[in-house]
Design a protein around this ligand. Structure first.
Ligand code: UT7
Length: 336
């Protein structure tokens, strides 16, 4: 049986750290509120010259180095991002160029905070089918460019960064299974409008001027809009369902799972998910305090932290879980 296996991880966090005290100076908030409601203490903010592709390339290089492979070994690049450098080409193509990876499959995945789990699942299918032998799977986000810096409800929650893994064909497991879901009926709970598409003023050929599809800019929200409490409740319930689905499919008890690496949005959501699994927080890789919510980068960044500080060891069983805009949600059970 052919599996795909993670053979290298890498991460990148921009050097500028923005603390809760820094937010106190900008909006009506407090360190005490942010820590109590979210567990976040600081976040990294990208500089003006950084982009999703520049951060992704640094994280990917670190993963390649750990995997002991070079650019020409890679046959597929997937970047999960909601903050691409450009509408097109895909950020994956820009990463391919930066790393000088020869012609291969390269594309972006947009599944908000679940993006990395989606991308991992796609790469896993390609490797299992025999179509490719080695893939770079990356989550990279510039959330600081998507927040309204004056909206205390959302601005304090997010940060920037990138995480990457090298996925390689293997005769031993490997990714054991992935489970992906989306329900577009929840689209209004968490979204950012595409201002660019609402801003065109040209008449579409063949369409009468009075039937023009222009959407006035002032009706669009170029920054993150979130109904926090509703998302919170769905995050806890959907992530609980994912845990049970994995346990039933693999007849695996909580004791047989060594690490939970969840999406890092809110420490209270992570604790509630750990509780459902019967996990103590000692078995959870939790980076939300210093990374905050980096959307699709949060899981590969946390995974990289756990691997590099020696907590996650070869042969251990790891559960990844995410939920985000869409709504999208998903999980992956991995033998590391
Ligand atoms: O990554 C994708 C998935 N995203 C998530 O999973 C996020 C899910 N949601 C959450 O994590 C939480 O809902 C938040 C952290 C966003 C908010 O926490 P909450 O406990 O649900 O607070 P709330 O929205 O119910 O607000 C409670 C109060 C409100 O004041 P009133 O109306 O009670 O007077 C807010 O205006 O807290 C106020 N508030 C703040 N106060 C100080 C909201 N933001 C702030 C703030 N500082 N930054």
């Amino acid at each position: 049986m052919r599996y795909s296996k993670i053979v290298g991880t890498g991460g990148y966090l921009p050097p500028t750290v923005f603390t809760n005290a820094d937010w106190e100076k900008r909006v009506d908030t407090s360190d005490a509120w942010i820590v109590e409601r979210t567990g976040i203490r600081s976040r990294h903010i990208a500089g003006p010259d950084e982009s999703a592709s520049s951060m992704a390339a640094i994280a990917a290089n670190a993963a390649l180095e750990q995997a002991q492979c070079v650019a020409k070994d890679i046959q597929m690049v997937i970047v999960a991002t909601g903050t691409p450098d450009k509408i097109f080409p895909a950020t994956a193509c820009l990463v391919q160029k930066k790393l000088q990876i020869p012609p291969c499959i390269a594309f972006d995945v947009q599944a908000a905070c679940s993006g990395f789990v989606y991308a991992l699942s796609i790469a896993d299918q390609y490797i299992k089918s025999g179509a490719v032998s080695r893939a770079l799977v990356i989550g990279s986000e510039l959330m600081s460019r998507l927040i309204d810096w004056n909206d205390r409800n959302t601005c304090i929650l997010f940060g920037d960064g990138a995480g990457a893994v090298v996925l390689e064909a293997s005769e031993t497991p490997g990714i054991l299974s992935t489970h992906l879901y989306a329900d577009g009926n929840y689209d209004e709970l968490l979204y950012v409008d595409n201002v660019q598409l609402g801003d065109h003023s040209g008449v579409i050929p063949g369409v009468a001027a009075n039937e023009n599809f222009n959407i006035p800019l002032n009706k669009l929200h170029p920054y993150i809009q979130m109904q926090g409490q509703k998302v919170f409740k769905l995050a806890v319930s959907k992530q609980g369902e994912l845990v049970h689905e994995i346990q039933e499919k693999h007849h695996i008890s909580s004791e047989q799972i060594d690490w939970l690496v969840p999406h890092q949005a809110n420490e209270r959501i992570i604790k509630a998910t750990a509780d459902k699994l019967g996990f103590s927080m000692e078995k959870v890789i939790c980076t939300v305090a210093t990374h905050s919510n980096t959307s699709s980068a949060s899981i590969p960044l946390a995974l990289n932290v756990g691997v590099r500080d020696g907590r996650i060891k070869k042969g251990q069983t790891i559960l990844l879980e995410a939920i985000g805009g869409g709504l999208t949600w998903g999980s992956a059970l991995i033998k590391y």
